[in-house]
Design a binder for this molecule. Structure first.
Ligand SMILES: Cc1ncc(COP(=O)(O)O)c(C=O)c1O
Length: 460
């Protein structure tokens, strides 16, 4: 028996990403005895700010399967919050990490050179959408990418203010938290925040802040920035950047209408404002393209990525056009950013995503979306279904007429799915996010949908 718990038929060596389709398999109602022991120690010693959605205590994972310390197997439809892009412990990612670790662990990429960092900077600069030449800065996390982008946008434009969106989540450090406007508990008691941040409504058509309907609204939410905000309150000449998630993540897996991002791009161009696409959650193949902005043909001035980039290793990036990269040597840096082991994981991840995982995400995403739409036909508590690739949002309501949010259904579903061996996660006020690893196949999607149907039957 290993330290992490019994292997219980787990396909030992990391030669295959998919051991078998015999999961999910609940052998002891979770949390079992080993899991409870860990949960209890966390409750006693881990800082009180941790969320811990449900008592999942992981021993190992392969592909879309996660096994807990008591030998229960779960189908993962949340990928460690949209991180395990290539599945859990993909053998090629693991091999790249092991080889890099055996060579050297650290030298500091901000101050010295090594091939893996040069390779990753070049690779991301080339893969980022749009014709403009790009440059890359590598970070340890999403929030660090956002911080760097705030600094770069201010430095490059000489302007101070930033526009971000209601429902946005950009991270937990001060600049990123100042841009965040998702759940009040993420900000409560932490002020004052960065000055000069303006939150405006997102292209969230199911719950339009202006009570309008798309497309009759003619993108009122974008037009009003010029017609109202820029004419009464804020000079566009003071605005350095608009930070936008092409698909809102934490805010509810919200997909704006197709012409919304192009309209924002045009508005930025009219006023010399930088468009910063936060693709920390939506990037690296998740939506069926390397980056979500590709679906609308928009080239951001700055693109941020993290989460899926390292398949679980901590790494993020700021990819900016040559034109926007106006900061001099020493203006920014990071001790660990671009660590060689993380770079190796990212390069292996990008290979896998380009070799087929993005296409698989598009195919499986469509299957998943259709499956969830079929559930919507049968369950009135599903108010809205939306998605791009394997980034599928399901919004729950008390009734379809009033669209009153039903967060209690989301929490009950999370728990019911966990008890049956499916890992899912809520987001927004009242939504579920379905974000499996990009390696899922048809059987995984069918299995996940089957469990969701059972749970809905019980909970709704
Ligand atoms: C869109 C987006 N931006 C930024 C972040 C922050 O990333 P990190 O948790 O790596 O700091 C997240 C994390 O969920 C995110 O979804």
């Amino acid at each position: 028996m290993s330290a992490g718990g019994p292997r219980s038929g787990f396909a030992g060596p990391a030669t295959a990403t998919k051991p078998s389709h015999d999961y999910p398999r609940i052998v002891v109602p979770p949390p079992g005895p080993r899991a409870r022991e860990v949960v209890e120690r966390d409750a006693r010693f881990a800082s009180s700010c941790y969320i811990k959605e449900y008592p999942l205590v992981v021993a190992r994972g392969r592909g879309a399967m996660v096994e807990d310390v008591d030998g229960n197997r779960f189908l993962d439809f949340m990928a460690g919050i949209a991180v395990a892009a290539t599945g859990h412990s993909h053998p090629r990612v693991v091999a790249a990490i092991q080889a890099a670790a055996a060579d050297f662990l650290h030298i500091c990429g901000s101050d010295f050179h090594y091939p893996a960092l040069a390779d990753l900077c070049e690779r991301l600069a080339r893969v980022a959408p749009g014709p403009s030449p790009k440059r890359t800065f590598v970070t340890n996390s999403g929030t660090e990418a956002v911080e760097g982008a705030i600094k770069l946008a201010r430095r490059a434009t000489g302007r101070t203010d930033i526009i971000a969106f209601k429902g946005a989540f950009h991270g937990r450090t001060y600049g990123a938290m100042s841009l965040t406007c998702s759940k009040v508990k993420q900000r409560a008691g932490f002020g004052p925040f960065l000055p000069g941040i303006h939150h405006v409504p997102y292209g969230y058509c199911y719950r339009c802040d202006y009570g309008k309907t798309y497309p009759e609204c003619a993108l009122h939410c974008v037009r009003t920035l010029e017609e109202d905000l820029f004419s009464r309150e804020l000079s566009p000449n003071d605005v350095a950047a608009i930070f936008v998630e092409p698909v809102q993540g934490e805010g509810g897996y919200v997909l704006p209408p197709p012409d919304w991002l192009p309209a924002l791009r045009a508005l930025c161009d009219r006023h010399g404002i930088l468009l910063v696409a936060d693709e920390i959650q939506s990037g690296i193949g998740r939506t069926g393209r390397m980056f979500a902005v590709e679906h609308s043909g928009v080239e951001p001035d700055i693109l941020l990525t993290a989460k899926g980039l390292g398949s679980g290793m901590p790494i993020g990036a700021i990819i900016a056009t040559e034109e926007a990269t106006r900061w001099e040597s020493g203006a920014h840096g990071s001790t660990f950013g671009g660590n060689p082991v993380c770079c190796a994981a990212a390069l292996a991840t990008l290979d896998l995503v380009e070799e087929g995982l993005a296409d698989n995400a598009a195919r499986m995403g469509e299957r998943l979306l259709n499956g969830v739409r079929a559930l919507q036909d049968d369950f009135a508590v599903i108010g809205d279904v939306r998605g791009l690739g394997l980034m599928v949002g399901v919004e729950f309501v008390r009734d379809r007429e009033t669209r009153a949010p039903a967060p209690e259904i989301v929490s009950a579903l999370e728990r019911a799915a966990f008890d049956r061996g499916l890992l899912i996660l809520g987001c927004g006020r009242s939504s579920l996010r379905l974000a499996p690893p990009l390696v899922v196949d048809e059987e995984d999607v069918n299995t996940g949908l089957g469990i969701l149907r059972q749970c809905l039957g019980e909970v709704a």
